[in-house]
Design a protein around this ligand. Structure first.
Ligand code: ZN
Length: 368
């Protein structure tokens, strides 16, 4: 019996100890809780965006839905969405307008120092537009990650934004870009795009119109032609740069304010031949595809179409007849039609002529 009681006693002591330890633990937890910071509300990412649609309706979209409908970013920083043929605009995302301006400007220093502070839809929308763009500024390549701009290696990209410095055509080719954006500080010439198949877009200084890329500085000059253009119409500019149309390997038809370097046949630097637009300074590379030229002014020097053997049609209506040399059209063996305000010209082969309504003479090559 004594043994049994002793066992009970020891069991009771064990239980008491256990209770004491539990009580202490509870007290410790309670005290610890007293000193912990008051629990804060957890910040959930925003998940509701107000969208105004082009039919006047307004919807609330969550992030996943809005992100799947992304179509672009507007000038005023509105996020553009597209659904069932409707365009939606979401105006209530902060910092998008400022970020877009920086990304459109493409300046390296500004982009690297920019704190974009975008919410996830703003970030997704800008990445949708600019994520496929590789920026180039004076030797540095950089890109927009969705949250910030980062220096990177040259790589494949849909678009290259040529911000500044001198970009070689070989580098542009290796990006396989289909679009080249030329910023206002870029040292742009035909050399950047010769041998590529890019479509060039300008900003303020470089303007693209009818296949021509015009440098708007100093009265405007023809800087280059679009590589893929089959027809180019150059607006009235003050000058053309040497080799401007070298990138245009598919050119069929060309409309110019003057042949050569400028509208006035004077000065040491004047070059009057059409081939001036197709030379690297060593040789002429006029494409065989070029069949038709219209020239609206300037001067036509002797052998003005030297190295343009494929030409079939020339229209010089509007050029001052006194500025057309007798030998201007000489040597063109494939010429079929010539419209000229100066009747007294030398042609290669036999032609018949008639007078056009404008008073010019039209020469047509004799058949056979
Ligand atoms: Zn005419």
């Amino acid at each position: 019996m004594g043994d049994v009681n002793a066992k009970k006693d020891s069991k009771g002591k064990g239980r008491k100890w256990l209770l004491a330890v539990l009580a202490l633990l509870l007290a410790a937890v309670y005290i610890a809780l007293l000193f912990l910071p008051y629990p804060r509300a957890v910040e959930f990412p925003r998940d509701s965006y107000r969208v105004v649609w082009s039919d006047g309706s307004v919807t609330e979209e969550n992030f996943a839905s809005a992100a799947s409908l992304l179509d672009g970013v507007g000038e005023n920083g509105e996020i553009l969405l597209r659904r069932d043929g409707l365009t939606g605009s979401c105006f209530d995302v902060e910092n998008v307008k400022a970020a877009r301006e920086i990304l459109e400007g493409g300046e390296l220093a500004l982009m690297l120092s920019m704190d974009f502070s975008l919410d996830r839809l703003g970030s997704a929308a800008l990445y949708h537009v600019y994520g496929g763009t590789l920026y180039f500024d004076a030797g540095d390549w950089f890109a927009f990650t969705g949250e910030r701009a980062e220096l990177t290696q040259i790589r494949k990209a849909g678009r290259v934004f040529f911000t500044g410095g001198d970009l070689a055509a070989s580098a542009l080719l290796s990006t396989e870009a289909s679009t080249l954006i030329v910023g206002d500080l870029a040292e742009f010439s035909y050399k950047t795009i010769d041998g590529t198949a890019v479509t060039v877009e300008g900003r303020t200084r470089y303007l693209t119109v009818d296949g021509a890329i015009v440098d708007a500085e100093l009265g405007g000059s023809l800087a280059a032609g679009q590589p893929l253009a089959t027809q180019i119409s150059v607006p009235d500019v003050a000058a053309s740069k040497l080799g401007a149309l070298l990138p245009c390997k598919r050119l069929v038809s060309l409309d110019l304010p003057f042949l050569g370097s400028g509208p006035v046949a004077a000065g040491e630097k004047f070059r009057g031949e059409l081939g001036y637009l197709f030379t690297d300074g060593n040789a002429y590379f006029v494409p065989d595809t070029l069949k038709r030229v219209r020239v609206r002014g300037g001067a036509l020097i002797s052998f003005a179409f030297y190295a343009c053997a494929s030409l079939e049609e020339i229209d010089a209506c509007g050029v001052d007849p006194d500025a057309i040399e007798r030998q201007a059209f000489a040597g063109l063996e494939n010429l079929r039609t010539l419209h000229t305000p100066q009747k007294d010209v030398v042609l290669t082969g036999e032609f018949v002529s008639h007078t056009a309504a404008c008073g010019c003479t039209v020469y047509e090559r004799k058949e056979g």
